[in-house]
Design a binder for this molecule. Sequence first.
Ligand code: DC
Length: 233
Amino acid sequence: MPAPSATPDRPALVVAIDGPSGSGKSTVARSVARRLGLRYVDTGAMYRALTWWALSRGVDLTDSAAVAGLARELPLTLGTDPDDPHVLVDGVEVGDAIRLPEISAVVSAVATNLGVREELVRRQREVAAGGGVVVEGRDITTVVAPGADVRVLLTASEEARLARRALEVHGSDDADAVEATRDHVVRRDALDSTVATFTEAADGVAVVDSSHLTLEETVEAVLALVPMDVEAR
Ligand code: DC
């Protein structure tokens, strides 16, 4: 049964994609959204945007009550066009700033704040309830949209994830670049997994292992999980 907001151009389909950093889920989720004509929501960008805002206002990230309070006030506009996923905080475009290493290094402190999660999950559920969207993150298949039509855990071996992140951050996946990336990726995933389970698939969640797949093959593997009747509606 399509969600109330379904229209002929925007099906109610909801695709939930979780995975650790370096699994390629942002790129895959964007491609899947494009291919299915759906909106795209990067929930990691929400935690990053809040981190950026807290830092720019001089709020101590270890002050959990203050940061949770900021989450409730966060004036965030998240573009949902997969070809232009812009992020505005209080009217300021922060799409590039929130990917900087300074933010990546501390975002887990914000993402593990339970008051923050309560507020951001509430906002994410509202978007998912509108349907016609691919939502990606760490707890989408389990907490944000457990009733999604398609639920995928995108995994990749640690080796493959480190190589991808090294290429992204250092422009190379040689041994030095991989080593420089290791601590960062492994430590962040360990911290993040204290509040969301994204290393094992929950019941009914399909696993796509992208370790030995190209981007296109990974996208096809996710698309193959979309039920035909849902794809057509
Ligand atoms: O996917 P990313 O690296 O942009 O995520 C940024 C941070 O937010 C990272 O610490 C994981 C966390 N996160 C989360 O806890 N839950 C989500 N649904 C998405 C991201």
